[in-house]
Design a protein around this ligand. Sequence first.
Ligand SMILES: [Zn+2]
Ligand SMILES: [Zn+2]
Length: 212
Amino acid sequence: MAEGSLSELCTICHINLPKYTCPRCSTRTCSLPCSKRHKLWSQCSGVRDPAAYLKRKELATPAAFDKDFNFITGIERRLERADRDAEHRGIVLDDDGRKRKKRRSGEFAQEEALLKRIERSGVEMLRAPKGMTRSRQNHSTWSKKQSCLNWSVEWIFPDKQKMIAKYPENNTIGFAFATTAYAKLHKLVEKRKQKPLQEGMLSSFRTPWRKK
Ligand SMILES: [Zn+2]
Ligand SMILES: [Zn+2]
C-alpha cells in the first residue's frame, strides 16, 4: 500500500496513489480498471463538459483555449465524417441543401439592406446578439415596396404593461402611440392630432429613433 492519508489515495481502490484525473468530474484514480469502475459507479461519462462553468481568471489560460480549440475542431471533424458517411451511403443532400442555402442568403440580403438603410438614416444602432430575446423581439425591417424603414417599437406603459409593434418611420411617435391598442383602450388619444405626449410617458422607449 502506498504511503499517504486515505484522501490522497485512489478514490476507488484506496490502495495506490492516483495517476489520472477524470476530465468530467476531476475524480482521481490510479488505473484504467479503477477509472472504469468510477464511471460505472458514479454514472460519469468521463468526457469533459465543454459548457462547464469556468471562473473568469480560468477562462483566458492556454489550457482553456486548448480545450475550446479541441472542442471546436472535434465538431468540424464529426461534421466532415457525417458528410463522408452520407456520401458513402448514397444519401443525396443536394436539393434540400441548395434550397436552404438560397433562403439563408435571402435573409442575409434582407438584413444587409436593413443595416444599410439604418446607417443612411443617421440612426445610431446598438444590436443585441443574434438569438437573444431582445434580438428576436426586434422585427424592424426595410420595406422595399414602401421604400421606408419599419421600426419595432416597445412601449412600456405607466401600469408596467409592455407592447411591441411595428411602425413605418414616417409616423410620428404620437401617431404611432395613438394606434396602439393600449391608447385606444384607455382613450388616451382620441384623434390623430392630439397634444404631444407628456415627457416621461415613454421613458423606457428602447428602439433607437431618428436623431434630430
Ligand atoms: Zn485505484
Ligand atoms: Zn468522472
